[in-house]
Design a protein around this ligand. Sequence first.
Ligand code: NAP
Length: 445
Amino acid sequence: MAELCVCSVLVTGANRGLGLGLVQHFLRLPNPPQWIFATCRDPNGQRAQELQNLASKHPNLVIIGLEVANPASIKAAAAKVGEHLGGSGLNLLINNAGIVKPNSLDNETPEDMIQVYTTNTVGPLLMGQLSCSKAAIINMSSIGGSIASSYGWELMQITSYRCSKAALNMLSRCQSLAYKEHGILCVALHPGWVQTDMGSYAGHTPPVTVDDSVQGMLKVLSSLSEKDTGAFLDWEGNVLPCLSMPTQCPLFQELQNLASKHPNIIIIPLEVSDPTSIKAAAAKVGEHLGGSGLNLLINNAGIAKPNSLDNETPEDMIQVYTTNTVGPLLMGQLSCSKAAIINMSSYAGSIEDMYVWDFGQIVSYRCSKAALNMLSRCQSLAYKEHGILCVALHPGWVQTDMGAGGSYKPPLTVEDSVQGMLKVLSSISEKETGAFLDWEGKVMP
Ligand SMILES: NC(=O)c1ccc[n+]([C@@H]2O[C@H](COP(=O)([O-])OP(=O)(O)OC[C@H]3O[C@@H](n4cnc5c(N)ncnc54)[C@H](OP(=O)(O)O)[C@@H]3O)[C@@H](O)[C@H]2O)c1
């Protein structure tokens, strides 16, 4: 085994679980790093006792306060790291801190969706934006964020966690592309199902010990090279499937003209980022339908921000995620019985293909759509027993305000895209539930 040799490493969430395990193993390396920055929320408190004991014996271990959900705390921690490193950059950043909420799909709330996303996805984005030159960024992801695998669904639905990790996988791909020219290697790593507070929270005993997981991950880290950048690997070095999905189209005042001619068109105000507005709209739909349920829900509303990875902000990350991912979650929770839910996703949310990266990095958009693809999978599993078919659909690159937002003319007209999608909808059956399809019916990666 090649021996891992780094001059400086920073680990977030280092006071317990895998973070603490990583710090202990770094200290034990034959060639330990010159600086190990162990960050945690409460460096002087009881929860950091073990780190404090270690720091009293190892002068290369520096404990720094860091709350990854707080941009000001991240900046303050970066300044402290800079004081120690002087001009030389950080070699290895391990975005390990993470949270989970034990919610089922139907109990999931906007607050929990945003809190988990802020910690598990926006935190790693901001940590990666720090100016200290990094040789590698490791994002601690989870196989629970693999849209392709539905790992552990029967034991835990944890949709906010799954969506945040699917989005984190997308962020890792974005970082790998944007930071390639600086020689920074970016990888998403699944540590296994490990015996930590998080791993054991649902009352099951996970199969992997912290020691085995950390040892495996360090072995994987020591063997990484340029060709692995952007990969999603597990603690044994296996490549994991990510998989992702499609886009949307906006609407106009033309609706009113249509409604004046067609009495079966009902215009209802609905702001998908506002739970109250969703409830009010659902009540109006209920008034029209009486006892009979809604047959088809198309979650089409969506936004995009033209940000690059380095300009991406927590505010834009949350706003886009709230509209593109949390909105469809809440719409899906409405009690009207649906026969099918179609989530308008985007090929740009495909972690495998990183479609049109060179035309626009749009990181917040890509992360939100990768998370939406995960939500579609969660919905397909949770609503299967009610016979509700759930599909993520990529409409193609279409001539809408969003599609034409850059300097290129999209190849597809709205007419062709919609005609294609309706044809796809008319042909899908039970076996397609959970799929990610495009407007021509092709299965997307
Ligand atoms: N254990 C597993 O089976 C498993 C499987 C797949 C992926 N993972 C991933 O591995 C990583 C570590 O998990 P773990 O099992 O070691 O979890 P854990 O035992 O629950 O520890 C989580 C760590 O993250 C810190 N943290 C949480 N929110 C934070 C915030 N806002 N700012 C700073 N630190 C924060 C916690 O600090 P406090 O002590 O202050 O709360 C703690 O140090 C996570 O990203 C998790 O998603 C774990």
